[in-house]
Design a protein around this ligand. Structure first.
Ligand code: BT5
Length: 342
């Protein structure tokens, strides 16, 4: 018996509740084992009443991006296995272990906070409670050389997910009249793989999500890719300077719902890429590109200024095009800042 199965049974029982005896029989475990799982769920923030004569009743689920909360909100069947829990060092490390042990494509590790969240190039990803942290296992049937656009594909998927969260806030559906005002933010991708909120005029507001890809390849075969995504959902007591938060624009957004929307978005862009290549996504990426037509500085990993100029778009391999002094510089890796940031 797994925690998720117990939760499903409690949800199915509804307000009537279900006895420990029935649960034990259903899952073929002892009543003590059921009680142990109930205790573990309570520790994770689930409100589970024990009612004399009735049994257990699920009263309240925590607003956390736990596997048990996210899995039943995800629509895309690409995701086949959900792992994780309240806290871990880094979901990327957990997903890499699972990938090495043979976990299938579509495995995802979730956490509500991380103690050692990582960004690119060894940077820190601030991962307090209030965020959604997830890492996905992919097994693309491609050589490592063909994976260059994948970070952009994942970022675009995250952006699609967040667009859906914003759109749902604006059109909450018939049960929640009147419709809320249109959100005061739009979603933008910052090359290569950051996701930002921008205002309605496209001016940058802050970084709402980051993507970290790690992979294992042997000669020209990719074994696995782990794509880690951190999303700032709600600002905690120690918000990160320069960060944007989903609840700044969608006050009632739930971390689990945000994680599910992001997973659906990633599954969709990943499928589009594996079927038709990056060409089919370039226009969408370009349309919501934060840097487009702006002055940018591109720096190498060691901080040296590589090129300064106007970002004019991306090419079919996901490389950034920068117009500088009358020529177009093609950038395949680097850190980009908007000129006014510097
Ligand atoms: C990224 O790196 O943006 C990739 C972040 C990936 C995090 C996910 S969480 C799940 C999985 N498990 C992990 O351990 N990692 C992945 P990069 O482009 O290098 O940006 C890092 C920079 O963003 C830092 O140097 C800070 O300036 C800034 N930053 C750190 N935490 C932030 C936050 N919560 N919100 C906004 N910006 C942040």
């Amino acid at each position: 018996m797994r925690r998720g199965e117990l939760l499903r049974a409690l949800r199915a029982a509804g307000p009537a509740g279900v006895s420990g005896e029935v649960l034990a029989a259903e899952f073929g475990v002892s009543r003590a084992a059921v009680a142990k799982h109930v205790r573990a769920l309570r520790e994770m923030g689930y409100g589970i009443d024990a009612v004399a004569g009735t049994g257990y009743r699920l009263d309240r689920a925590p607003d956390l991006p736990l596997p048990e909360e996210v899995a039943h909100l995800v629509r895309n069947p690409f995701w086949v296995r959900y792992e994780g829990g309240l806290e871990t060092a880094s979901t990327n490390d957990d997903a890499k272990l699972l990938a090495r042990a043979g976990a299938p494509e579509g495995t995802v590790v979730l956490a509500a906070r991380q103690t050692a969240g990582r960004g690119r190039l060894g940077r820190v990803w601030d991962s307090p409670s209030g965020g959604a942290y997830l890492s996905a296992v992919f097994r693309p049937n491609l050589s490592p050389a063909d994976l260059a656009p994948l970070p952009l594909v994942v970022a675009l998927g995250v952006a699609r997910g967040l667009e859906r969260v914003l759109a749902r806030a604006a059109h909450p559906g018939p049960s929640q009249e009147p419709a809320a005002a249109a959100p005061d933010a739009t979603v933008a991708v910052k090359w290569p793989n950051d996701v930002w909120f921008a205002d309605r005029d496209g001016a940058p507001v802050g970084k709402v999500a980051g993507v970290l890809l790690e992979m294992q390849a042997e000669s020209d075969m990719t074994e696995w890719v782990v794509a880690g995504v951190g999303v700032n959902v709600r600002a905690g007591s120690r918000g990160f300077a320069g960060a944007a938060y989903v609840t700044d624009h969608v006050p009632n957004a739930h971390a689990a719902g945000v994680a599910a929307a992001v997973l659906d978005g990633i599954a969709a862009t990943y499928a589009a890429w594996t079927i038709a290549g990056f060409d089919g996504l370039v226009d969408e990426y370009d349309r919501i590109a934060l840097l487009r037509d702006r002055w940018v500085n591109v720096r190498d990993a060691d901080g040296a200024l590589r090129v300064s100029g106007v970002a004019s778009g991306i090419d079919g391999d996901g490389r950034l095009l920068v117009d500088s002094g009358g020529r177009t510089v093609v950038v395949s890796a680097g850190d980009v800042t908007l000129r006014e940031d510097v």
